[in-house]
Design a protein around this ligand. Structure first.
Ligand code: HEM
Length: 501
């Protein structure tokens, strides 16, 4: 009996153990192979052996700073994963992103598929399909096809001012500036997109808990950027039942529902015709499903980003009396300060204000709104940059904080907010600074389509708030709560305003 059970035991276990051992050998061999491919590039210990370094740091909420630390310690090309490098070299980034680049988007982008099974302009990795989609949307984003794009921004700037003025400043109440700015960017983008502001400013609240749920969901999305196969699992039964649905009364699902409704109204025999961005997309041949996905992309890509640009710039200006005084002097000299209460500066005029432009560039530089790794893949034949061999198939991620804190480009005071650097630097160095700053909005093939809208909104809000109000931080020792999750989730920016004009 004992002999029999021993025989059974060994006959069952041996194949299992063999499979287990083979699996282990395979994992060890591939890990070693991956490790050796990129061992000539330095990086944090163990980061080259597994993705746990990446996961741990992504979850820290300060990934931007952790990556800056890597760049400063290991150089402008460093290794942060088994098949992942990080770069803070603007020349390498521009080579990777150029219009005719041979680099491709990596599987990092699969996580941007907000509607499983349907690609959008950000998740699309196929170059031809991406170009085609971009071509159909270019006229809408440039504003060429959108009736009164600037007027739409203006009316939402007025909405923001009215809210702050009547509900808070006039009553001596403090307000949480981070949220109010995002209400503005959400209303402005929906107004431009489908002619109907969501209504965040009027409601003065996080409608449908959208901001809260979108920020919470981004942590899960981060995991999918590290292990892209999680995206497929999330999209398959039964996990897909847990994803936001168009019928949800709140959160991201609510925005999906609005996008579906808005898109569906633009097709069919009784279609609504509007000269807004959605109208332009329809005229250029976007299908109803594509139009729906792109409304969602705009809501996501166009709200937190611009809100961060405005918040970070305003925070640095209002806490810097020297900069604030110089800016007020510029507004006074141009006769802008005392204009009628409902006047909104035109974008064209704002662009002629040198100090304002320096403030905005410096605000974007000191706090880049988009910090995601946005991995690109080295072409199969490999590449060599500054004598460093980059094997084909290697992912290379973007280190935003590393690029915008480089002392060789920005000077020894790179970590300080000093708009004057844009006004007093000699032409040759300034050219390099301007060229590097372009990376804030990515570059070339994948350059941000909403760049002009974002800058228009930022220019107007900064002028119109600072000419009307003296803004102070309620607690300068705790200016805000900011969490880095590829973008920035920001809150707690409590301010109080006093009327100037
Ligand atoms: C200061 C504000 C903004 C910043 C810093 C910013 C930055 C960026 C960056 C870095 C990318 C490249 C992403 C990647 O490929 O990994 C991007 C793409 C994109 N952005 Fe923006 N963005 C801003 C505002 C906006 C706004 C307001 C909109 C919409 C109105 C928008 C729409 C888009 C779209 C559609 C893409 C995809 C372009 C493509 O793949 O061809 N962005 N943005």
């Amino acid at each position: 009996m004992e002999k029999l059970s021993r025989a059974m035991f060994s006959s069952h276990i041996t194949p299992v153990a063999a499979v287990f051992l083979l699996g282990l050998v395979y994992i060890l061999a591939t890990t070693l192979h991956q490790y050796r491919r990129l061992r000539h590039i330095p990086g944090p210990p163990y980061a080259g052996l597994s993705k746990w370094w990446l996961a741990r740091n992504e979850l820290s909420g300060e990934m931007n700073l952790r990556l800056l630390g890597v760049s400063e310690k290991y150089g402008s090309i460093a290794r942060i994963g088994p098949n992942l490098l990080l770069t803070s070299d603007p020349d390498l980034l521009k080579r990777m992103l150029a219009v005719r680049t041979k680099y491709k988007r990596g599987d990092w982008y699969d996580a941007a598929q907000f509607d499983p099974g349907h690609q959008n302009i950000i998740s699309e990795r196929d170059d031809a399909a991406h170009n085609k989609l971009r071509g159909k949307m270019a006229a809408g984003y440039s504003g060429k096809d959108v009736e009164g794009l600037e007027l739409r921004v203006d009316r939402n700037v007025r909405g923001l001012i009215k809210l702050l003025d009547e509900k808070y400043v006039a009553k001596g109440k403090r307000f949480e500036f981070a949220r109010k700015v995002q209400y503005f960017t959400l209303d402005a983008i929906s107004d431009i997109s489908f002619d109907e502001p969501f209504g965040f400013l009027t409601a003065d609240s996080d409608l449908w808990q959208y901001i809260y749920t979108a920020e919470s969901a981004l942590t899960a999305v981060l995991f999918c950027t590290i292990w892209p196969w999680l995206t497929k699992i999330a999209a398959s039964f039964p996990f897909n039942r847990l994803l936001p649905s168009d019928d949800d009364p709140f959160g991201f699902g609510k925005i999906k529902g609005i996008a579906r409704k808005q898109a569906s109204e633009r097709y069919g025999p009784n279609k609504k015709v509007n000269n807004d961005m959605l109208g332009s997309f329809v005229n250029h041949g976007l299908t109803p499903k594509e139009a729906e996905s792109e409304i969602i992309v705009q809501t996501l890509a166009g709200s937190d980003t611009t809100a961060t640009a405005i918040r970070a710039t305003m925070l640095h200006v209002v806490t810097n009396p020297r900069v604030l005084a110089a800016f007020h002097a510029e507004l006074d000299a141009r006769g802008i300060t005392g204009r009628a209460p409902d006047a909104i500066i035109s974008e064209a005029e704002a662009r002629t204000l040198p100090y304002l432009q320096a403030i905005i560039k410096e605000g974007l530089r000191i706090w880049p709104p988009v910090t995601g790794l946005s991995n690109k893949v080295v072409p199969p034949e490999g590449d060599t940059f500054n004598g460093i061999h980059l094997p084909g198939g290697t992912n290379i991620g973007y280190c935003a904080w590393g690029v915008f804190r480089r002392r060789d480009i920005w000077g020894d005071d790179a970590a300080e907010f000093r708009p004057e650097r844009w006004l007093e630097t000699e032409p040759e160095k300034l050219k390099k600074m301007e060229a590097t700053l372009e990376l804030i909005f990515s570059y070339g093939r994948w350059q941000c389509l909403g760049r002009n809208i974002a800058l228009m909104e930022t220019n107007k809000v900064i002028v119109e708030l600072l000419r009307r109000f003296d803004l102070i931080l309620v607690d300068p020792t705790k200016p805000w709560v900011t969490k880095n999750i590829s973008i920035h989730a920001q809150s707690g920016l409590w301010m109080r305003g006093y009327k100037r004009v």
